[in-house]
Each structure stands twice: as structure tokens, then as C-alpha cells.
Design a protein around this ligand. Structure first.
Ligand code: FPP
Length: 240
């Protein structure tokens, strides 16, 4: 029988899902294809995952598209990834807007080519009033880099030690405005945080499906949400 979310109370559906889209390279290798073919394939399933999130009642989706460390990959892979991001942006933006998706960049703009910065700003402005789903794209993002950014902001604001609290940190995170992720998914069977949402994932539930990212589809997402709905979240407290 096909699985559904029927009967799952809304509070058991994650408000915010974050995904480490891992395994594109291995997906390609398994098929004797170049790594970039894996990255391209990893853009194809994204559309159905975004749509399924909105359909399932998820309000925020954060995807780890390119980390501060990914610049260190071979130049042709970095260049190829940039071309893929550019293509996907050009091809999908209008459709995302039509679907009611609000696009937000998460990460640092310094070091990003200026033609890209323009597009990111354009996409954010175009979609800023959309409410169906917030899509945070972590691009040129690193959790440690984000914390350095927060510390610098706090120093610039001239806060005294007594004034530094959770709120002072959270309002300066790249993800400010999005709640912490309830569920973080990392595909491909790897079980590492890889500098992703270090602050925000303090109490997230984790899920590690074995499939490579291009094979992660609507059904896999449904499985992850069903598994999440069974978990007992205590946030450091005792069971009520
Ligand atoms: C990891 O696979 C994936 C990435 C480095 C991110 C790239 C993601 C995409 C192209 C998906 C689409 C995203 C957008 C925003 C359009 P890997 O290369 O680390 O795989 P491996 O561990 O098997 O080598």
C-alpha cells in the first residue's frame, strides 16, 4: 500500500527540513559518467522535492548547494557547478515564483561572481512576498564562516558581554528569519555534519537515507517525514 501522511498530526510534520544533497559524484561513477553528470542529475529531482515539501506542509526547505570548502574542488568541477547553478536559476526561477516559493540566499556574497550576485538579488526580490514555501539556498555557505560573521557583527554593534545572548546571535545568522531545522537529511549514507547549520541544528533530528542524492525522490522524502513523525523530541528536557 502506498504510504501517505494521512493521520499524522500537523505538529508531527517538520516545519523546516534541511538537506545535505550528497552522492552526486558516486551516482555518476556508478554509471560510468563524469561527476558533472551526477550534479546535473541532482538538479532534476530537486523540482519534485520542492513541490512535495510544499504539498506535505513543510514551510522551510534549506538545501546545501555549495559550501565555502567546495571552492577547493578541481577548477573544472567548480566551473561546471557554477554553470549548472546558472542554468537552473535561469530555467526554474519563474516556475518557482509561480509555485509560491520564496527564494533566499544563505551564505556569504563576498567571493561570488557579480553576475551571480545580481541574479540572486533579483530572485530574492521577485519572490519576497511568496508564502507557500521558503527555499533557502546555502551557497558559498559554511557554518564556521557564519559564526565568524556573527561574531564580527556583534563586535561591530559594540555589545557588552552581558548583552550577548541567543537573540544577538540568531538575528545575525545567514538564516535569520527561518526557524531552526526540525529535520536534517543527508543522502548517500554518509553521517557527517560537514559544516552545515552548526548553530541551527543543535536540536534537529537527523535522517541518513542510503540513496545518492539524484535518487532521492518524493517517496524517500515521505519516508523521512514518517520517520521524523515517530521521533520523540525532548530538547534537553525529560519526556512529558
Ligand atoms: C554533493 O555531491 C553535492 C554538491 C557538491 C552540491 C551540488 C548540488 C547540486 C548540483 C544539486 C542541485 C542544487 C541546486 C541549487 C541547483 P558530491 O559531489 O559530494 O558527491 P560524492 O560525495 O559522491 O562525490
Amino acid at each position: 500500500m502506498a504510504k501517505t501522511l494521512e493521520g499524522i498530526p500537523p505538529e508531527k510534520i517538520p516545519t523546516h527540513i534541511a538537506i545535505i544533497m550528497d552522492g552526486n559524484g558516486r551516482w555518476a561513477k556508478k554509471r560510468g559518467l563524469p561527476r558533472l553528470a551526477g550534479h546535473r542529475a541532482g538538479t532534476e529531482n530537486l523540482r519534485q522535492i520542492i513541490e512535495a515539501c510544499a504539498e506535505f506542509g513543510v514551510k522551510y526547505l534549506t538545501i546545501y548547494a555549495f559550501s565555502t570548502e567546495n571552492w577547493g574542488r578541481p577548477a573544472d568541477e567548480v566551473e561546471g557547478l557554477m554553470n549548472i547553478f546558472d542554468d537552473v536559476f535561469n530555467r526554474e526561477l519563474d516556475e518557482l515564483h509561480r509555485q509560491g516559493v520564496q527564494l533566499r540566499h544563505v551564505g556569504r556574497l563576498e567571493g561570488v561572481r557579480s553576475s551571480f550576485i545580481k541574479k540572486i538579488k533579483y530572485g530574492e526580490e521577485l519572490t519576497k512576498d511568496n508564502r507557500r514555501l521558503v527555499l533557502n539556498v546555502a551557497f558559498n555557505y559554511g557554518g564556521r564562516d557564519e559564526l565568524i560573521h556573527v561574531i564580527k557583527k556583534i563586535v561591530e554593534e559594540g555589545l557588552s558581554p552581558d548583552e550577548i545572548d541567543m537573540e544577538a546571535v540568531e538575528k545575525n545568522l545567514f538564516t535569520a528569519g527561518s526557524p531552526d531545522p526540525d529535520l536534517v537529511i543527508r543522502t548517500s549514507g554518509e553521517q557527517r555534519i560537514s559544516n552545515f547549520l552548526l548553530w541551527q541544528s543543535a536540536y534537529s533530528e537527523w535522517f541518513f537515507p542510503e540513496v545518492f542524492w539524484p535518487d532521492f525522490n518524493r517517496e524517500e522524502l515521505l519516508n523521512a517525514i514518517l520517520e521524523y513523525s515517530q521521533r520523540d523530541r525532548r530538547f534537553g528536557l525529560v519526556q512529558s
